[in-house]
Design a protein around this ligand. Structure first.
Ligand code: GLP
Length: 263
């Protein structure tokens, strides 16, 4: 795992967007795993800007979102499909037929999870998976005690997650209590992982996820097992990290980061 500490939330979002854009330029039919949440909104805004001003081309890209609320259809303004259309897909030249989500309205929920994992496999797997970090340390909606080998499935949300995300609903009580999520095992199969974490509120949980023991209580800690995982943070989110000096040293000296140091 590598940790890159950027000076502000805005520069961290730009850095993450640039990593994704470079991967897309290198492989135009990139399979991208996408996340929702407040943290990544700036990444999508920057990708849309790159499309408008730098001709970043999404025409062959394929995307799989991490998760979707159970019971919400694509037209519901709180569904993850709606979020992605609003923040990214309507603003770039992606073919929406190449953008995939678990079906929040599927009748057979177990089968829907299996179908989604199979669909990811059939495209050849995810090249780059973008992640945020939940307050309880979850990735996707893999709440504490999720198996580190789990696959896409329906998952009951914790009261903490419901509290965190229900503020985005016009009527907070309308927030679904369950969601489909890629499993931790599904996420670990992505060839590259890019987790973006910003803000003071995430500092303690980020330090546990990155520097603490691997545990199903904090599913983001499973990223320590991934051979190509990069965590991009701002100063606030990095404030509880113990290994900071080394992370900065690597970012300042490793040639692969040279192009990203001025962002
Ligand atoms: C939700 C999503 C996660 C996301 C997390 C953080 O729970 N399922 O994928 O990382 O929220 O959200 P925010 O960026 O709003 O803090």
């Amino acid at each position: 795992m590598e940790v890159v500490i950027s000076r502000s939330a805005e520069s961290a979002q730009k850095l993450a967007a640039t990593i994704l854009a470079d991967a897309l330029r290198a492989k135009p039919n990139l399979v991208i795993g996408l996340a929702t949440g407040r943290t990544v909104e700036g990444v999508y805004a920057e990708l849309a800007r790159m499309h408008r001003q730098e001709y970043l081309d999404f025409s062959l890209a394929r995307t799989f979102n991490l998760d979707e609320y159970i019971g919400l259809g694509p037209d519901n303004c709180n569904s993850h499909r709606y979020y992605m259309n609003y923040h990214l897909f309507n603003n770039v030249n992606i073919d929406k037929r190449n953008t995939f989500f678990p079906d929040g309205l599927a009748v057979d929920q177990e089968a829907e999870g299996l179908r989604y994992d199979m669909a990811i496999k059939e495209t050849g797997g995810i090249d780059v998976q973008l992640l945020g970090l939940g307050r309880d340390g979850h990735i996707g909606f893999n709440e504490p005690l999720s198996s580190l080998a789990s696959r896409t499935r329906p998952k009951a949300l914790t009261p903490e997650t419901i509290e965190q995300n229900s503020s985005l609903f016009e009527h907070p009580e309308d927030m679904p209590r369950r969601a489909y999520t890629m499993g931790v095992g599904t996420i670990l199969e992505a060839r590259n992982i890019l987790m973006l974490v910003t803000g003071q509120a995430k500092a303690e949980i980020l330090a546990k996820a990155v520097e603490g023991p691997v545990t199903s209580m904090i599913t983001a800690s499973a990223l320590q097992l991934h051979p190509r995982a990069v965590v991009v943070t701002d100063e606030e989110a990095a404030s509880a990290l113990k290994g900071r000096k080394y992370y900065d040293w690597v970012f300042q000296n490793e040639p692969k980061w040279a192009a990203y140091r001025n962002i």
